[in-house]
Design a protein around this ligand. Structure first.
Ligand code: BDR
Ligand code: CA
Length: 312
């Protein structure tokens, strides 16, 4: 069993990731922290509380994190995720309360409580994780691993950007935070667009309609969350659920270590994640800072997703 903290900006696929995580007996979710990204911090936080209440989770603290990226103004993705962040889903006002601590304090407390035996799973922009590193890198370095959904590494034909032609949304939203995280000494695994948008790993329209057949409260929520996207994009990429799935079962992914750098200045390529593949300029072993997922066993991933997403 792995103890994890999920840092999230719900977000439609964040919502699916939470459904999957709480249906995974291999994980013990110790805390949820929220971050500005797909929607404002306020909306993301409220959505996290609503989703936990829907799932029936009572004793997992949910704390508020960054309201803005470190240096830029926030650029939300409401056109994609809907004004609320949860597509067409309408969930009641939650009775659950927020944890009084800040996201950073909650992360530090959990690291101390479990003496670092923790995995951080960041499925939004990396502002909170960078903040924690800026405050006390030594403490954050005690964690076992940071798994992120982020980056477009050009390692497969699908590893190009989504927020811009070259940048993936989570990295583009706060490129400086991503740079701080990649430049840290954390053990990092990245699930990027190279694998999440690979057609063999996407949720097809047919698979989606199979999920809905059960017609219960859970599948009706999934329908309201995803229907519009599935229609518009002929299926759906399961970005954030894939980061959870790889945390549950690392054998789902083939990975390679690379030296990753993030563009933080250029307007045109802001947030691009650059790896050096030149044959004659091999980075030193100690500079390989990120283990990048280069392929996913799509069949096993989708089976896990389909089975667990409807599981109460
Ligand atoms: C990532 O960006 C967000 O819109 C999604 O929730 C996911 O975390 C995909 O690029
Ligand atoms: Ca997200």
């Amino acid at each position: 069993m792995k103890r994890i903290i999920i840092d999230t900006d719900p977000g439609i696929d964040d919502a699916l990731a939470l459904l999957l995580a709480f249906s995974s007996p291999e994980l013990k979710i110790e805390a949820i922290t929220t971050v500005s990204g797909n929607v404002s911090q306020h909306k993301a936080h409220l959505n996290a509380l609503k989703l936990l209440e829907f799932i029936g989770v009572k004793n997992v603290p949910v704390a508020m994190g960054a309201e803005k990226p470190l240096l830029r103004e926030p650029m939300y993705a409401e056109e994609f995720h809907g004004i609320s962040g949860l597509g067409d889903a309408v969930l009641p006002e939650p009775a659950l309360n927020s944890d009084k601590r800040s996201a950073l304090q909650l992360i530090f407390d959990k690291i101390e409580e479990f003496n670092g035996k923790l995995t951080l799973v960041a499925i939004g922009p990396l502002t909170n994780i960078a903040g924690a590193l800026l405050l006390d890198a030594k403490k954050v370095e005690k964690i076992d691993e940071l798994v992120i959904m982020g980056g477009a590494f050009q390692l497969t034909p699908y590893g190009h950007g989504n927020a811009t032609p070259v940048a993936e949304f989570n990295i583009w939203h706060d490129p400086l935070a991503a740079k701080i995280v990649f430049d840290s000494r954390l053990r990092i695994k990245a699930v990027g667009l190279d694998v999440t948008t690979d057609p063999k790993n996407r949720l097809t329209k047919t698979a989606f309609s199979n999920i809905l057949k059960a017609n219960n409260v859970r599948t009706r929520l999934i329908a309201d969350l995803c229907q519009r996207l599935v229609e518009k994009y002929d299926g759906m990429s399961l970005h954030d659920p894939m980061a959870i799935a790889v945390t549950v079962d690392e054998s789902l992914a083939k990975t390679s270590k690379y030296k990753v750098e993030v563009e933080t200045k250029s307007e045109l390529t802001l947030g691009q994640t650059i790896i050096d593949k030149r044959r004659y300029s091999k980075p030193r072993e100690e500079d390989l800072n990120v283990e990048i997922c280069t392929s996913i066993d799509g069949e096993r991933f989708l089976k896990m997703f389909m089975e667990r997403i409807v599981m109460e």
